[in-house]
Design a protein around this ligand. Sequence first.
Ligand code: TGC
Ligand code: FAD
Length: 390
Amino acid sequence: PDLFEAPDYYNLDDLLTEEHKLIRDAARAWVKRDVSPIIEQAAQDAKFPKSIIPGLAEIGAFGPYIPEEYGGAGLDQISYGLIMQEIERGDSGVRSTASVQSSLVMYPIWKYGSEEQRNKFLPKLASGEFMGSFGLTEPDHGSNPSGMVTNFKDMGDHYLLNGAKLWISNSPFCDVAVVWAKNEEGRIHGLIVERGMEGFSTPETHNKWSLRASATGELIFQDVKVPKENLLPNKSGLGAPLGCLDSARFGIAWGAIGAAMDCYDTALRYAKERIQFGKPIAAFQLQQKKLAEMITEITKAQLLAFRLGQLKNEDRATSAQISMAKRNNVEMAIKIAREARQMLGGMGITGEYSIMRHMMNLESVITYEGTHDIHLLITGLDITGENAFK
Ligand code: TGC
Ligand code: FAD
């Protein structure tokens, strides 16, 4: 009864299994108990709250769909989505940490790594003993990662890595980084770089107005000697990192719903209690329009995510379908956050309520993992066959 009541206007719970609901409710209870009470202060202080790492591991947020033999939770894609939704109801920055760890670090090691790499890294990443980061974006290559200049040379018994990555979630405290770099032929490969390797540094990026509870930084490589056994052997080319992004973008499509639900729930409660002109503001048509549109958009986003989850479970979700859901659901959430903030009047700008934090967080979410524009162009390419990127 103490649990947050998520909007479920179309009885989507009827489509979930008992296991889905148990997993969701466990994540929901954990967010309420361990994240909600501390997250506002963490965001104000611009500090990632490391104390929540064991809890994230416990609810299965590190590698929800990674097989249990490697320490993962061995769950389906809808469970993964539901966990991301609940975490992002708390904060997009916390969900970022889970997304990066699961889909951008564990996924490539699982899918493209050797058996030795899987056994060495996955159980520790699943338990949170190791934290990971993912280096694709560079200062001069964001939306267009194929132009990356970070590179490695074959030195016989090791590789020599040089270059720099920017805007990397978890970088300041990561133990391992999955880094995308070009070999001497210009082919993109993934390398596992470990903290402590000489020439590897991870300076933090300060003064963000968004995702303040998530640590963001650089990955800098100056003649880093990377052992040959740290190259991911089973896939190369841009399709390798883009495959990881498919999984992370799927999680974000669900996560954004969580942020939107929290904004809607907060605005609805506030509107019923706040009296102006002798009535609750919920009685004014203008406020009802905002709330009615919010629940409509949340419901549409839930349907999109649920169906995408089914397709993903069957391994049938296309990258373009994932792009559509990421783009739609994040825009839905950011619009709801902006409307909900206004509904709280002056109170909406304070940290007493979560809305402004969500709103500012979502400015990153609409930019990372492919910007809003990039995802539109992916849909455009898919439906017309005309490539606007080339
Ligand atoms: P293009 O020529 O289209 O493709 C190159 C190769 O990749 C294949 N491919 C995919 N494979 C798997 N999944 C996908 N989604 C794929 N999309 C394309 C493609 O078939 C091709 O394979 P092959 O074998 O023919 O070589 O590549 P392009 O250079 O034209 O770029 C396409 C574009 C613009 C869509 C892509 O570069 C893109 O998505 N750009 C956005 C970059 C991005 O999303 N960066 C995210 C960085 S990570 C991050 O933000 C983490 S935030 C984490 C958090 O805190 O939650
Ligand atoms: P640019 O690519 O320079 O884009 C600038 C503008 O131009 C955008 O509006 C874009 O939509 C538009 N644009 C670009 N190309 C086109 C085009 N062809 N047509 C039309 N418009 C276009 N990256 C990682 O690798 N790992 C991480 O962990 C990670 N975490 C992040 C955390 C945060 C908080 C942030 C903000 C970013 C993170 N990123 C990460 C980077 C993120 O993926 C990039 O910021 C994003 O891909 C956009 O790249 P850019 O910032 O260089 O913008």
